[in-house]
Every structure is written in structure tokens, then in C-alpha cells.
Design a protein. Structure first.
Length: 210
């Protein structure tokens, strides 16, 4: 199966509408990852069909459940979920943060080649970064435990913002270990086409103070 066919079938399964241009950009995202992975060691996944499933479709599966607003993808790695999110929702400002300079250089070049004007790439450690404005949504795929994600990035979240963390199996222990200052407001079981393993999206917000 071609990359394009796999992506189109995945979009249909997730029930996401995409223009031909968006499909082409998603294909290019995988082609560039495959092209540069060997030189830059961007991901441990080598098989191109697995890249589509485990990186691209895994990222796209969260779109129906993401809140609207300025979005920060922490620990973006080679650009997931930030790049697919920016492609599918060009009206959404997406900031992609990672402390690995090799990966942020790749993502910056990729976003330039794809002409994604809604993408900003930041090469910083999340706990040390001090942006001018807070974010409505902070998301991550494989950044850290929920508690560490909250503790490291709390200063980056707007008072009415949410964390939306992508996880595998339901992380009950991680949820129990969250600090008392936050609360889980939603848990979605994600269906990733071609993937039998469990995926969940955990939404967390700061508790309102009296």
C-alpha cells in the first residue's frame, strides 16, 4: 500500500475531512521523516507503514477531541503531533518545543518546506522556557508522566487552559499521582487505524481557586 493510500484510509476511519493539498502535505511529512531518519536518528521506527500508523495516524486521532486555541506541543520530537495538527487545522497556532537541537532543526526545516505559517519551533527545555504569552492547550505524546508534564509546564498554561496528554493504556497510577492543584476533566479512548494497542487522551485543568 502506498503512503497516500494508507493515509487516506486512515483519515476516512477517523472521519477527518482533508483537502488534496492537506493529504499531499501529510504524505510529504512521512516521506521527509523516512528520508532524514537514518542520518539524524529522528525515530526508532524504520518501516514507512509503521511511521504512518504510529506517528501520523496516532497524531491525527486526537484532532476531534482537542480544544481550540493556541497550542503548545512539548517534547515534539520529529514533529508529532504538532506538524499533522498544523496541517489539518491551519487556523490553529502551533508551537512545537523540544530540547533536542537536532530534532528542532529538522522540524523547523520541515515546517518551512511544507509552508506551515502557523508553526513556531522552539529549542528549549520546557521547565526553563519563559514565553511572552501562555497557551490555551499543552499537548504531548511521549513527554513524561502526567505529574511531571504538569509540574514542568504549569507556568506555560493559561489559567483557563488545559493539558491534553496522549497516552497508551489508561494511566490510572499516573492520574492518582497528579498534584491536588489539578483535576482530570475528560478521558477519551482513541481509535488509531491499524493499531490494536490502546490509546487515550487525558484532559487536565487547574482547579479553580476560591
Amino acid at each position: 500500500m502506498t503512503i497516500q493510500a494508507q493515509i487516506e484510509l486512515g483519515l476516512e476511519a477517523i472521519d477527518l475531512a482533508a483537502t488534496p493539498q492537506q493529504v499531499a502535505l501529510l504524505v510529504q511529512t512521512i516521506e521527509q521523516l523516512q528520508k532524514w531518519n537514518q542520518a539524524f536518528n529522528l525515530t526508532a521506527i524504520r518501516d514507512v507503514n509503521a511511521m504512518v500508523t504510529l506517528h501520523l495516524l496516532d497524531s491525527l486521532a486526537v484532532i476531534p477531541f482537542l480544544n481550540q486555541g493556541i497550542t503548545l506541543d512539548i517534547g515534539t520530537g520529529p514533529g508529532f503531533p504538532g506538524i499533522p495538527l498544523a496541517i489539518m487545522q491551519p487556523e490553529r497556532p502551533c508551537w512545537l518545543l523540544d530540547s533536542n537541537g537536532k530534532k528542532t532543526r529538522y522540524v523547523r526545516q520541515l515546517s518551512h518546506e511544507l509552508q506551515l505559517n502557523n508553526v513556531t519551533v522552539v529549542d528549549r527545555r520546557v521547565e526553563q522556557w519563559q514565553p511572552e504569552q501562555p497557551f490555551s492547550i499543552i499537548t504531548s505524546r511521549a513527554f513524561a508522566s502526567l505529574r511531571k508534564m504538569v509540574e514542568f509546564s504549569s507556568h506555560l498554561l493559561a489559567p483557563d487552559g488545559v493539558w491534553q496528554a496522549m497516552k497508551g493504556e489508561l494511566p490510572s497510577t499516573e492520574i492518582d499521582e497528579l498534584p491536588d492543584s489539578v483535576e482530570v476533566t475528560d478521558i477519551q479512548r482513541l481509535q488509531v487505524p491499524g493499531l490494536e494497542a490502546q490509546r487515550h487522551l487525558i484532559t487536565i485543568r487547574k482547579k479553580l481557586t476560591e
